[in-house]
Design a protein around this ligand. Sequence first.
Ligand code: SF4
Ligand code: ZN
Length: 266
Amino acid sequence: MTEIVCTQCGSKHVVINRKYNGQKLCSSCFRKSIEKQVLKTVKKEKLVTKNDKVLVALSGGKDSVALLKILNILKEKNIIELEALTIDEGIAGYRQEGVRIAKETTAKLGIKHHIVSFEDKYNFTIDKIMELQKKSDNPQHACTYCGVFRRQIFNQIARDIGATKLATGHNLDDEVQSIVMNYLEGNINNMVRIGYKTESSDERFTQKIKPLRKIPEKEIGLYVLESGFEVHFDGCPYAHESFRMEIGDFIREATLKHPTIMYSTL
Ligand code: SF4
Ligand code: ZN
């Protein structure tokens, strides 16, 4: 039986076998390859320029922790300034853990951290809204509210601190889900807007960038674990009700038989 070794350095401790390109990598080569890919995307798509002040949307989940860690490489080279913002929407049993991890991650990396809660800013929580929704004739999904208020806070804090870019941890799976969802719902205009960065000329909105857009979700999880960072893997309790979740399951299933399908969709 042939021994599986890292295709970069020959190490026997392979942590990933990338079916979509045949690479087998050890922990160190894998981490380097993720960082290289993300930084290459940042450069190629001109997501940041020298002296940009980047605000990272940091939930404490794997994507935003990985994003912060990789953008910190640019901060350490004095190319950008970097701060992080965590929003506490008031979702019991879910968000507290994310806030704790976000605090610890920023402390470890020495990055300024802002935390804003819906409770303090708007005097309500998503849990309270959803409680009231139970009595409504036309209940809306939690994400509908959550998304609107989160966007407001992100843009406000970005303006307050003079951030020139707002970075989010959207990964390959998220982007492909958005494309398929918009396609199935007939929102062709939204599809045109999906990309590495937003192109709004409205000064009230800070430009959004998505440096992880080409990295599969599974690899981001592995990257943070192999980097020794703690993340919370639990999903939001309201997410399972969403159409996005159904589409996500469908795409994951399809990827098992067709490993390159997410890249071709993107
Ligand atoms: Fe908010 Fe929906 Fe995200 Fe939960 S899944 S945090 S409700 S946007
Ligand atoms: Zn290696």
